[in-house]
Design a protein around this ligand. Structure first.
Ligand SMILES: C[S@@+](CC[C@H](N)C(=O)[O-])C[C@H]1O[C@@H](n2cnc3c(N)ncnc32)[C@H](O)[C@@H]1O
Length: 233
């Protein structure tokens, strides 16, 4: 299954590094696409201006609705108001729906995604209201721009596509997977079996796969329980 992702941003060069990462290269080699559109290339204003001061006053600059419309029209040759009916157009915004594994799975099942990265004070509200199918947040904190948030979304989604990871089983039993009933992953250990007196749990050295599986699921359940307890960090 291949996916097309377009990222709209004022800083497309940020994604050059991301696109070179192994799991991303793996999915691109299998037919997926990750491309950036620079808002500045589609502005009707001079000097590549894409933002403007807010009506009513206040600090910061906002991405302009006409600039975003121009960029979406140039890319898709369609009215952006209609576009969102047939393609997920996602604005990255701190107050949006929180990204979690269920949402990453949902997005990974889409054939195509469009991610809009805000900057400065964010978006003119009409962009969110009329052009976007989704508003997505990667956490309840504020970043300087949507680029890192878009990379987080791309990473969480692309690693779920076939061929992204060397070993497909590493994503079938990981934190929040169905195999662990949505709970956190169990602890892992590697060599040496003992370091400063800290021994790896004996069961993991036993070669008894059934007992190892039980032990792991139990540790995952314990961690899930601990996270539900008040005051747990
Ligand atoms: C400085 S932020 C704007 C914050 C906005 N004025 C507010 O108070 O919600 C600039 C841009 O960074 C992105 N951004 C910042 N934090 C984010 C988060 N937690 N999740 C997703 N995107 C975020 C958004 O695209 C946002 O438009």
């Amino acid at each position: 299954m291949a996916m097309e992702i377009d990222v709209f941003t004022l800083f497309p060069e940020w994604f050059e590094w991301f696109a070179c990462q192994r799991h991303v290269r793996n999915v691109l080699a299998r037919g997926s696409r990750l491309e950036c559109v620079n808002f500045r290339d589609h502005t009707p204003l001079s000097g590549g201006q894409g933002d403007d001061t807010p009506f009513g006053g206040g600090a910061g600059m906002l991405l302009r609705v006409d600039v975003v419309e121009g960029a979406l029209r140039a890319r898709y040759a369609a009215d952006p108001v209609d576009l969102r009916e047939r393609r997920r157009v996602i604005a990255l915004t701190p107050g949006g729906r929180m990204l979690d594994d269920a949402l990453a799975r949902e997005l990974a099942a889409e054939p195509a995604l469009t991610l809009l990265c805000g900057r400065y004070e964010g978006f003119d509200e009409r962009i969110l209201e009329h052009f976007c199918s989704d508003r997505l947040s990667i956490g309840r904190y504020v970043l300087a721009g949507g680029e890192l948030a878009a990379m987080v979304v791309c990473d969480a989604v692309l690693r779920k596509l076939p061929g992204a990871l060397g070993d497909e089983s590493s994503s079938s039993e990981e934190s929040f997977s169905e195999a662990l009933d949505g709970g956190p992953e169990y602890p892992h250990y590697t060599r040496p079996a003992e370091h400063r007196g800290w021994r790896v749990p004996e069961v993991l050295l036993s070669g008894h796969h059934e007992r190892i599986g039980e032990w792991r699921r139990e540790r995952s359940r314990e961690r899930a329980q601990a996270q539900r307890e008040p005051g747990e960090r």
